[in-house]
Each structure stands twice: as structure tokens, then as C-alpha cells.
Design a protein around this ligand. Structure first.
Ligand SMILES: *[C@@H]1O[C@H](CO)[C@@H](O)[C@H](O)[C@H]1NC(C)=O
Ligand SMILES: *[C@@H]1O[C@H](CO)[C@@H](O)[C@H](O)[C@H]1NC(C)=O
Ligand SMILES: *[C@@H]1O[C@H](CO)[C@@H](O)[C@H](O)[C@H]1NC(C)=O
Ligand SMILES: *[C@@H]1O[C@H](CO)[C@@H](O)[C@H](O)[C@H]1NC(C)=O
Ligand SMILES: *[C@@H]1O[C@H](CO)[C@@H](O)[C@H](O)[C@H]1NC(C)=O
Ligand SMILES: *[C@@H]1O[C@H](CO)[C@@H](O)[C@H](O)[C@H]1NC(C)=O
Ligand SMILES: *[C@@H]1O[C@H](CO)[C@@H](O)[C@H](O)[C@H]1NC(C)=O
Ligand SMILES: *[C@@H]1O[C@H](CO)[C@@H](O)[C@H](O)[C@H]1NC(C)=O
Ligand SMILES: *[C@@H]1O[C@H](CO)[C@@H](O)[C@H](O)[C@H]1NC(C)=O
Ligand SMILES: *[C@@H]1O[C@H](CO)[C@@H](O)[C@H](O)[C@H]1NC(C)=O
Ligand SMILES: *[C@@H]1O[C@H](CO)[C@@H](O)[C@H](O)[C@H]1NC(C)=O
Ligand SMILES: *[C@@H]1O[C@H](CO)[C@@H](O)[C@H](O)[C@H]1NC(C)=O
Length: 841
């Protein structure tokens, strides 16, 4: 190295050094102090620390706020209960290694109050808004402000509970909007160790989040909190349980417990530097903890004049006159005692003879759409109902997907019935007459003996009508060659045939839907008693088996998991809905089975399984040449168009993905799994849902983040699917590649630079038409645009696919592709979404 260069480098370094020294500090070293008026600024200029006053100018506090935001947003306060009374105070790094706030006469106002053997420590403000006190030499952390929160929950912080010591880290509200001293409200985890968040007013619970279920809390209408990287960690070794959140850009989001006890989550819009509220804890009577007392239920459905509280089924007000006057605090008591309790008492006092029960039994009543009561206990069992029935201390149970079986053995408190969403609760009630239909044995006996003959007659009558109808259908469809096999199915299935599911629609050209219903025994016989070897696959709703009918025809039988939580009516409606949908690109429903707990759907059999089995299999993908893939894309588009527009029912699929596209023997695509589809009214084009169904990666931003779904969210999924078919790569295979978070991030830049041929599956590179592929990528990118209104609808997509002419508008750049993508008000970049997938792993 030449001396000149060395000199130059030295010169540069010294300049850098000077710049560094004159620019704002982020640390306070041993012996240094920060006077009122001076500030520390984190190295990335995100947070600032210093003295501030709020309201009373003579009350000076040391706090941390966001740097360069015109309306100061304070996230942490040191001496919140003990202000310095004029501007002579300072923050010092004391000789005993503590950080202290002192006033003009040197009195210690506030201190980190730690004992350290090291006599030299450093305080540093980092870009997460955390003030860290560490030893100067070996950087051992001694203290951090994140462990002593004020009212704001920032990314990287932990909302924690130490299960061993019971130490609960609480957030405490300000006293008023301008007074940072400790207010009446605090927020923290449930001290009893359940995964719930509480807000207390003084020592009394005021609000409860409800159980943490699949990325969100039952009681918050803030959907999919894990979108913001919000997650629960249960560190059993340390005995710690904590919530953290980590969105893509850590300075964007904050959760604050306001002075009025309301939790408010807001996000900073970079352009305007304004806070925008993402979610505010709703304020109404039913949100107040235990508003209706024990065994009472709060509900806002109905007109406002009706009381918000009601007793659970099987309960009555403890003090009816007070209750009727709107004093609900005493709650409700059982109308009839549980039989198992009577039994227990009599056996403990006199004998264990069960003749005391006089033939009455206990049973369960189902209550829908609830914020489940407090004090749930998790039980590791599949038979939640039988567990609760056989255990007299169990008062209620709920089966929650992603948690499992929850039971309650204490009085039920804090139940809120939502108008949509929530979970179903089964409450044990006593004194049921078995003949009222709660005993299966009785039903069987009565039905078998008394109604037997009548049912037989009914079946014969319906059978005759059904046969006539089926012939009509097939004739209409013009697929005569299939008539025989379908009739074969029905004829040979006679032994297992138990009726017809039927729905006559009013005012609809007399069109009706009929579907054969089979018995469980029959289905068991055609699947070798649900033998493992006949298992075709397993979906979200249950296991799919292959069945061979007595006539030799193969069918696919989807055995819905018993815990799917669906009511019988809902199930029947869904089945009829599916039966109405007939299109060559939809899997056809042939029959069903509803018997007791068992619910099964019988579909036509697809010998080639699903698209993903070909597309993502290195060996099999060669079988799909470009022209076949193009046909598949077109077929899916037509099937989807039928669902969206032509089926008259306007169905949104909501879970379109490669594994839901089945292939028949000629590799024609057929869309399957309408289990999650919902009908919605004629002119409504966006529905709001509480339970997210769908698959990450295929979900449109508005659906994943706000739970809004529409035909346009299916268009988004279709776009992703299309890009997968072209590239031959799974959307979620991209996460480990740093520069492209998902398939869209991978395709966009290449397409934009005109390098389409580089992104397509190498197996089709030779056979494809470059112009056609490019056009398909173009259409795919139009479908995955962030804004709902920018996306084409399926009729436009089908038109674009089928006409060869010139397209088309240019797709807008997806937000996450650029580092500084525009963030629209109330909508977030897809970055957050991918982050959540990371944290979900
Ligand atoms: C502070 O914000 C203003 C606009 O609000 C901007 O012009 C300025 O560059 C910012 N300064 C820094 C250091 O970020
Ligand atoms: C700051 O707050 C005042 C009222 O407190 C409001 O009028 C103003 O719009 C706010 N400015 C910004 C940039 O948020
Ligand atoms: C600060 O307050 C102290 C005592 O209250 C007083 O002695 C001192 O003069 C004040 N300093 C200023 C700058 O107001
Ligand atoms: C400092 O605090 C002490 C004790 O709280 C008080 O007696 C004294 O007047 C204060 N001095 C100033 C300058 O505020
Ligand atoms: C720190 O402590 C060591 C011995 O414990 C002592 O020698 C040294 O002078 C102290 N340094 C300061 C700055 O007080
Ligand atoms: C806090 O509690 C006190 C006493 O119970 C009450 O006077 C005050 O209004 C409460 N403050 C708020 C913000 O609710
Ligand atoms: C967050 O984003 C803002 C604006 O895009 C940027 O100024 C800031 O440095 C980012 N903060 C972090 C911690 O990445
Ligand atoms: C929530 O916070 C935002 C931003 O800080 C504020 O504009 C809004 O008024 C707050 N909402 C409520 C209900 O207090
Ligand atoms: C409501 O009822 C409880 C007990 O039943 C009673 O202690 C309380 O005084 C009543 N409150 C009102 C406002 O009547
Ligand atoms: C049964 O025993 C429990 C506790 O021993 C008691 O609370 C309850 O009142 C008893 N019930 C009857 C019917 O004796
Ligand atoms: C009745 O109770 C006795 C002792 O508590 C027990 O040994 C016996 O098995 C019980 N009989 C029945 C039928 O439960
Ligand atoms: C139990 O009940 C049966 C029939 O009610 C009676 O014959 C028998 O003696 C009873 N046994 C006892 C131990 O009470």
C-alpha cells in the first residue's frame, strides 16, 4: 500500500471520526450526564430520549419518544410518578453504575436501582426504543427499559409471565392524556398462566382477551394478529410465557394502553408521519369482564331495548327481581341440579345405588359464537364430550380447532355472544328426560320400533322420485354414457341407501336439488371399513378414502372430522349447495352420509389426484407440457368463473390452491373442496368474516389482514396458482431466498425486465410459446395486484386467456417488491404477511 493512500485513508477516518463526534449521541458513558434540553438519538434515528413535559410545563419527565414526529409520541417514561419540578434536572450515569435522574440540587429523583460490581457502565438507546444499561467492558446487560414498561408495547418487547415466580410484567396506563403518572389501568398476562391477556382496573379484571387461538384471541375482533408477527412463546425451561411481536419494520407499530383503559393499536404512516389506528378494543357493556355475573351471557344482538344479559340455557337468575331491574351482578343458578351431582351426594351419604336418578339424565346444550368463559382448562383427549360427561366436575366443554379440548370446572363467567365468529360452547345441564331426544339409545329404540314401517314406505316413495330425477339430470347434461354407471351406483347401493336430501327452492322455476343419502354401514363396506390402504389424502376437513361401489365404480369419500364443529343444518345446506354446482371443471358430488356423529361426502373419483402432486414433483412435472398446463389454467379459470358468476349462487371458494385442483384421467382440472365456500347475497360483493379459512401464500392481502373476502380474493389465489403452474415452483418455496419473499417477488422483477423465459419451468421451456407464456404471466400479475379494484374479475381473465389479441393494462407493482413500497391508509405491505409466516414456523 502506498504511503499516499495510507495518508488519504487516515484523513478520511479522521473526518469520519469528527462527524461521528459531532452527530447526535445514542449512549451515555460512565461519568457523562444529559441535561434538560439535551437528547440521545438512536443510531438509526428512530427514537429519541430526553426530558419532556406534557400538560404541566413545570413537571419534567425523562422519556423515550419517536424521533422527528411532530406530535411527540412518548413510549416510555422513567420518573413517571416523580417529576422534576423545573428544568434544572439531569440524567446521569452515576459512579455506582446506575442511571439516575437528579434535580437541580442533586437529589435522586429516579434510579435504575441495580447492584453491580462493575463500576463502569454505559446506557444506550437502540432503534427499538429500548434503553439498555450494560457494563462498558464486556457489554453484559444490567438493566433495560423493556423490562420496565410504561403504557406502550413495542416490537421486540415481551409481555411476559414467569410461571415459577408468578412475576407478571404489567403495562400501566397514564393518569390522563397529559399526565404520565400511573393511572388506574394495567395490562398483562393472565396470572393463572392461561394464554389470555387481561386489563385490570385497580385489582379487578376489567377486560379479557379470550383464549389465544390460531394466531389471534377469541375475544378480539383483530383478525390474525400473527400477521403482525404477534406470537406466543412458552419457555418451559425458564418457566416463562410471553407474547412478542415483530412486524417487518419495527418502528411502525405500537400497542398502547390508553389512560381510559382502552387498548389502541396504531401504525405510523411514513408519508404523513401520522398515527393510524389499526385496532381499538371495542367499548361496550359486553366487553366488561363478568358484566352478566356467573352463568350469565352478554349479547348485543337484537334491539337495544332488550337486556344485554341473559342466563345460559338451563339456568335462571339468582335474584329475579334484581336481575329484571338490570342488576346482573349476582348472576344465574341452575334450574335443575346435575344428575351426576345428585348421584355423587347420595352415594357419599347413603349408598351408591343409582335408582335415585328416576331415569333423568345429564346432557349438553350448545351455545354458538361465544367468547368462551374464563378459567378454561386444556385436556389432552379426542373425546371431549365423553370426557366431560364422565367427569362430574366438568361443567362445560368446547372443542377448539388448533387448541383441542377445553373444559370448565368452575362457574362460567365472562361470556359474550358475538353476532358472528367466536366459538361454540357445550354446557352440561341436568334433569333431561331421555325421551326428549338426548339419549341415542332411546332414539334408536323408538325410531326402530315405531317409525320403522313409516320410514320404509317413505324411502320407497322417494326412491321412485329420485330415480326419475336422476335420469332427467343426465339427459340434460348430455353425457349419456355415464347414465348407466350413475344409476348402477344407486341400484347396487340400495342396501345402503337411506333417503334423499332435498331442497325445494321457492320461486325458482320449480328447480330442486336431490341427493342420495347412504348409511355408515354401506360406506364402511365399500371402503373396507375405512382401511388405511384406501386413504387418498387428508385435508383440512377430514380424511379422504377411496371406495369401490358394488358395481365396480370408484368414488372418493371425504369423512369429515367429528370435531369440525359444524351444525347439522349448516352441513345439510352446504351439501345441497355443493350438489347444485355442476360444471365440467368442478368435482361432482354424488351423495352423502349423515348419521349420528358421522358426516361424509361422496365425490366422483379422480384417478390422477391433485395438481400439486404433478406440478411440484421433479419426476412427474415433465408430464405436464406447456399446452397441457395452459389447458389446466383455462379450465380452472372457467370453473372459477362458474362459481363466481354463472352458478347463480355466487360462491367464493376461499381456499383455491394447487392441492385443491384434482385431475381426471385426461388430466382435465376439476376444482374441489367447497367445504369452505359460503353463499352470500346478490348485490353484496364483500363479506366480513371472523374465522380465516384459506392458506397463507394464496390469501390476498385484504383477506389475510382484514378478513375481507370477495370474488377478488379468489382472483388473487388464482393468480398465485397460475404463477405456480408456469414456474413449476411452490409459492412457499421462496422463503429461504432472501431477495424474493414469495413467488410474486420472484416473478415481478424478471417479468419487468423482459426476462420471462428465465422464470418458467425448465420442463416447458422448449415446448412453450414464448408469447403465450408471457401473456399468462402478465395476466397472473394482474390478478395478484394489491388493490382489490385493480384486479380483473374472472370473466375478464377468461376472456384474456381465450382471446389472443393485445392486452391489457400494465399490472401495478406489488407493494413488497420495492423496499419503500407505498403503504396506503389502513392497508399494509405484504411484508408483514411474509414475516408472519416466518414466525409461524
Ligand atoms: C424530519 O421530518 C421532516 C418532515 O417531517 C423531514 O423533512 C426531515 O428530513 C426529517 N429529518 C430527519 C433527520 O429525518
Ligand atoms: C398534532 O396534534 C394536534 C392536536 O393535538 C393536531 O391538531 C395536529 O393535526 C397534529 N399534527 C400532526 C402532524 O399529527
Ligand atoms: C429550580 O427550583 C429550585 C428550587 O425549587 C430553585 O432554587 C431554582 O432557582 C430553580 N431553578 C430555575 C432555573 O428555575
Ligand atoms: C430536589 O428534590 C429535593 C427532594 O425532593 C427537594 O428538597 C429540592 O428542593 C429539589 N431541588 C430542586 C432544585 O428542585
Ligand atoms: C473501578 O474499580 C476499580 C477497582 O475495583 C478501581 O481500581 C478503579 O479506579 C475504579 N474506576 C473508577 C472509574 O471508579
Ligand atoms: C381512577 O380512579 C379514581 C378513583 O377510583 C377515579 O376518581 C378516577 O376518575 C379514575 N380515573 C380514570 C381515568 O378512570
Ligand atoms: C422503518 O421505516 C422507516 C421509514 O420507511 C425508516 O425510516 C426506519 O429507519 C425504519 N426503521 C427500522 C428500525 O427499520
Ligand atoms: C387510537 O390511537 C390513534 C393514534 O394514536 C388515535 O388517533 C385514535 O383517536 C385512538 N383511538 C381511540 C378510540 O382512542
Ligand atoms: C346488585 O345486587 C347485589 C347482590 O345481589 C347487591 O349487593 C347490590 O347492592 C345491587 N346493586 C344495586 C345497584 O342495586
Ligand atoms: C351435594 O354436595 C355438594 C357439596 O358437598 C353440595 O354443595 C350440594 O348442595 C349437594 N347437593 C345435594 C342435592 O345434596
Ligand atoms: C358401591 O360402593 C362400594 C364402596 O364405596 C363399592 O365397593 C362398590 O363397588 C360400589 N358399587 C357400585 C355398583 O358402584
Ligand atoms: C339398589 O336399588 C335396587 C333397586 O332399586 C334395590 O333392589 C337394592 O336393594 C338397592 N341396593 C342398595 C345397596 O341400596
Amino acid at each position: 500500500m502506498s504511503p499516499l493512500l495510507l495518508l488519504l485513508l487516515l484523513f478520511l477516518f479522521s473526518i469520519l471520526f469528527i462527524i461521528h463526534c459531532t452527530s447526535a449521541m445514542d449512549s451515555l458513558l460512565q461519568g457523562q450526564s444529559l441535561k434538560d434540553g439535551q437528547t440521545l438519538i438512536s443510531s438509526g434515528q428512530v427514537f429519541e430520549l430526553g426530558f419532556f413535559s406534557s400538560g404541566n410545563p413545570l413537571h419534567r419527565y425523562v422519556g423515550i419518544w419517536y424521533y422527528n414526529i411532530s406530535n411527540q409520541t412518548v413510549v416510555w417514561v422513567a420518573n413517571r410518578d416523580n417529576p422534576v419540578t423545573n428544568t434544572t434536572g439531569s440524567l446521569i450515569m452515576a459512579t455506582n453504575g446506575n442511571l439516575q435522574v437528579i434535580n437541580g440540587s442533586g437529589a435522586i429523583i429516579w434510579s435504575t436501582n441495580i447492584f453491580t460490581s462493575s463500576n463502569s457502565s454505559t446506557a444506550k438507546l437502540n432503534d427499538y426504543g429500548n434503553l439498555i444499561l450494560e457494563t462498558t467492558d464486556d457489554k453484559t446487560m444490567l438493566w433495560q427499559s423493556f423490562d420496565h414498561p410504561s403504557d406502550t408495547f413495542l416490537p421486540g418487547m415481551k409481555l411476559s409471565l414467569n410461571i415459577k415466580t408468578g412475576e407478571n410484567q404489567l403495562f400501566t396506563s397514564w393518569k390522563s392524556p397529559s399526565d404520565p403518572s400511573k393511572g388506574n389501568y394495567s395490562l398483562g398476562m393472565d396470572p393463572s398462566g392461561s394464554a389470555q391477556i387481561f386489563i385490570w382496573e385497580g385489582n379487578l379484571p376489567r377486560w379479557r382477551s379470550g383464549q389465544w387461538v390460531g394466531g389471534t384471541f377469541i375475544g378480539t375482533k383483530m383478525r390474525a394478529l400473527n400477521i403482525y408477527g404477534f406470537s406466543l412463546t412458552n419457555d418451559q425451561q425458564e418457566g416463562m410465557m410471553y407474547f412478542t411481536f415483530a412486524p417487518a419494520n419495527s418502528s411502525l407499530l405500537r400497542f398502547a394502553l390508553q389512560y381510559d383503559g382502552v387498548e389502541n393499536t396504531s401504525i405510523l404512516v411514513p408519508q404523513t408521519k401520522q398515527w393510524n389506528s389499526v385496532w381499538v378494543q371495542p367499548v361496550n357493556e359486553c366487553e366488561i369482564y363478568g358484566h352478566c355475573g356467573i352463568n350469565g351471557m352478554c349479547s348485543l344482538v337484537g334491539d337495544s331495548s332488550s337486556p344485554a344479559c341473559s342466563c345460559l340455557q338451563g339456568f335462571q337468575p339468582k335474584f329475579p327481581s334484581e336481575w329484571n331491574n338490570g342488576n346482573w351482578s349476582a348472576g344465574c343458578v341452575r334450574t335443575t341440579q346435575l344428575e351426576c351431582e345428585i348421584l355423587l351426594n347420595s352415594s357419599s351419604t347413603t349408598s351408591n345405588n343409582s335408582s335415585e336418578t328416576k331415569g333423568k339424565i345429564d346432557g349438553f346444550v350448545q351455545i354458538e359464537r361465544l367468547k368462551l368463559p374464563d378459567f378454561s382448562e386444556w385436556v389432552n383427549t379426542d373425546g371431549c364430550e365423553s370426557y366431560c360427561m364422565s367427569n362430574c366436575s366438568c361443567k362445560a366443554y368446547a372443542y377448539v380447532t388448533s387448541i383441542g379440548c377445553l373444559v370448565w370446572s368452575r362457574d362460567l363467567i365472562d361470556i359474550y355472544q358475538f353476532s358472528d365468529g367466536g366459538q361454540d360452547l357445550f354446557i352440561k345441564v341436568g334433569g333431561l328426560d331421555p325421551r326428549d331426544g338426548s339419549s341415542k339409545i332411546w332414539i334408536t329404540i323408538v325410531v326402530a320400533s315405531v317409525m320403522g314401517v313409516a320410514i320404509l314406505l317413505l324411502v320407497i316413495c322417494m326412491w321412485w322420485r329420485f330415480n326419475a330425477k336422476i335420469k332427467e339430470w343426465w339427459k340434460k347434461d348430455g353425457r349419456k354414457e355415464n347414465i348407466s354407471s350413475s344409476l348402477q351406483l344407486s341400484t347396487d347401493a340400495r342396501s345402503g341407501f337411506s333417503g334423499v336430501l332435498e331442497q325445494q327452492e321457492e320461486g325458482q322455476e320449480g328447480e330442486s336439488v336431490q341427493l342420495p343419502v347412504y348409511t355408515v354401514d354401506f360406506i364402511a363396506s365399500v371402503t373396507d371399513n375405512f382401511d388405511e390402504s384406501n386413504k387418498l389424502g387428508e385435508g383440512g376437513f377430514g380424511i379422504v378414502y377411496k371406495g369401490v361401489l358394488p358395481g365396480g365404480e370408484k368414488v372418493a369419500i371425504k369423512r369429515l372430522s367429528r370435531s369440525s364443529g359444524q351444525g347439522l343444518e349448516q352441513f345439510k345446506n352446504e351439501v345441497l349447495l355443493i350438489a347444485k354446482l355442476q360444471h365440467r371443471n368442478l368435482v361432482r358430488l354424488l351423495g352423502c352420509c349423515i348419521q349420528g356423529e358421522e358426516k361424509m361426502l361422496i365425490y366422483e373419483f379422480m384417478p390422477n389426484k391433485s395438481l400439486d402432486a404433478f406440478l411440484f414433483d421433479p419426476r412427474k412435472k415433465e408430464m405436464l407440457g406447456w399446452s397441457k398446463r395452459f389447458e389446466i389454467i383455462q379450465g380452472i379459470a372457467r370453473g372459477l368463473l362458474y362459481l363466481h358468476r354463472d352458478s347463480r349462487l355466487r360462491i367464493v371458494h376461499r381456499d383455491l390452491k394447487a392441492s385443491n385442483i384434482l385431475l381426471d384421467e385426461e388430466m382435465n382440472p376439476k376444482i374441489s373442496d367447497f367445504g369452505m365456500a359460503r353463499i352470500f347475497g346478490g348485490d353484496q360483493n364483500e363479506a366480513n368474516t371472523n374465522t380465516l379459512v384459506g392458506t397463507y401464500g394464496y390469501m390476498s392481502p385484504e383477506y389475510a389482514m382484514e378478513g375481507l373476502f370477495s370474488v377478488k380474493s379468489d382472483v388473487y389465489s388464482f393468480g398465485v396458482l397460475m404463477l405456480e403452474i408456469i414456474t413449476g415452483r411452490r409459492n412457499n418455496s421462496f422463503y429461504h431466498l432472501e431477495d424474493s419473499p414469495n413467488i410474486i417477488g420472484y416473478v415481478w422483477p424478471l417479468w419487468n425486465e423482459g426476462r420471462v423465459m428465465e422464470l418458467i419451468d425448465e420442463n416447458i421451456q422448449k415446448t412453450c410459446s414464448a408469447q403465450q407464456v408471457s401473456r399468462c404471466v402478465h395476466i397472473g400479475l394482474l390478478c395478484v395486484q394489491d388493490r382489490v379494484n385493480d384486479r380483473p374479475d374472472m370473466s375478464a381473465v377468461v376472456l384474456m386467456l381465450e382471446s389472443g389479441g393485445a392486452i391489457l393494462q400494465t399490472p401495478k407493482q406489488p407493494t413488497f417488491v420495492s423496499e419503500r413500497g407505498p403503504i396506503e391508509t389502513g392497508q399494509f405491505s405484504v411484508n408483514d404477511l411474509t414475516i408472519s409466516i416466518f414466525s409461524a414456523r
